[in-house]
Design a protein around this ligand. Sequence first.
Ligand SMILES: O=C(O)C1=C[C@@H](OP(=O)(O)O)[C@@H](O)[C@H](O)C1
Ligand SMILES: C=C(OP(=O)(O)O)C(=O)O
Length: 405
Amino acid sequence: MKSVRIYQSTIQTISLKMPTSKSYGHRSLIAASLSKEVSTIQNLPNNQDIQTTMACLKKLGVSFRQEGSQTTIYPKWKIQNSVVLDCHESGSTLRFLIPLVLIGDRIVKFQGTKRLLERPQTIYEFLAREKEFFFEKTAHSIFVKGPIQAGHFVVDGTISSQFITGLLLALPLLKGDSTLEIQGELVSKDYVEITLDVLCLAGIRIERTNHLFMIPGNQHYQAFKYEVEGDYSSAAFLYALAFLHRKELSIENLNSFSKQADFKILAFLEQVKNRKASSFDLEGCPDLGPILMAVSSQLEGTSHFVNIKRLRFKESDRIEAMREELKKLGIEMKVGENEAFITGGKLRPNQILSGHHDHRIVMALSVLATLTKNTVIEGANAIQKSYPNFFEDLKKLGVRVEEEG
Ligand SMILES: O=C(O)C1=C[C@@H](OP(=O)(O)O)[C@@H](O)[C@H](O)C1
Ligand SMILES: C=C(OP(=O)(O)O)C(=O)O
């Protein structure tokens, strides 16, 4: 599927099941792979990023068996010298695995798409100088070699929580105790909460005060049985679709007490239930940016987005991508250094939009496309990264979608 053509549609009220959480998926797979015994995970999401993490773990000696909705993980973590780990497009896979392979003293090569390698790795580059391990980044790969020693780690929390998660996964396995001090405001902090959630499930002890994690060394990951909950990041697109069409949507497999960052979609939609422009802070939930920008284009007045600058470093520059595509649809988005303003308006029909090789841009634009006549979205296959059945689900909801190419 190269592109999709989406027609103005009427949405039906039905009940659906979401893919399960990619964030919990990555973490539970990695935690299970680090234990000595066999673990089982129910309802692991089946998408490109999770397959990428599994392929990397296989290269590290771990094997998997799939029976129905159950994945059994047979851990046997062993790093061969010069192993190559291809992270494709997955920032989580790359940033979670780097500290883990640094525990050993083998040289490991990470590779991925051009875009992945353009995304920041500054925290690990900085730590490499500070802690004297080998880290070399080229346009096509990253080479790393440990061992990394336990101790005091000072890390800038303002760039990406994925570095913090990577360190929290690895530091308990070091020979001595470590402390991890976060400098600046920790961004995407709910993602760190779900890391701690999975670590707790695997019996790993970490204590924390405000900006400091105390991580005893010499710990062992314990095997577990776990069921992955539904994904709010995926559900956000369908909740927005239902909102824009003034329909109710019932999703069966979401946790109403979820720690997922994108649980906030419900509060944001509640905040704009009067259809009036509003203010959205994306500091803690950057992945909601594209869909909330799409929604705001249909609100009365000018919406204000704050703390948006990190959206520039995702699978695409999500600010520029949304600005360009909304412009084609006749919607003005004004962008400042760390804020944006979107004024609601009527959508222009018959446009050819670009998905910018980014699943969340494709899905956000698809939702908007249901409100105007005949829109083509190029690069629609990007949805494989997190939500391969997205267009199937849109069709179930009554959207007329034609897949092309
Ligand atoms: O830890 C995770 O599972 C993720 C953390 C977030 O990244 P940042 O911490 O870089 O915002 C989010 O954007 C990404 O999709 C998934
Ligand atoms: C940014 C995302 O993922 P990652 O950072 O893991 O590539 C995402 O899924 O939107």
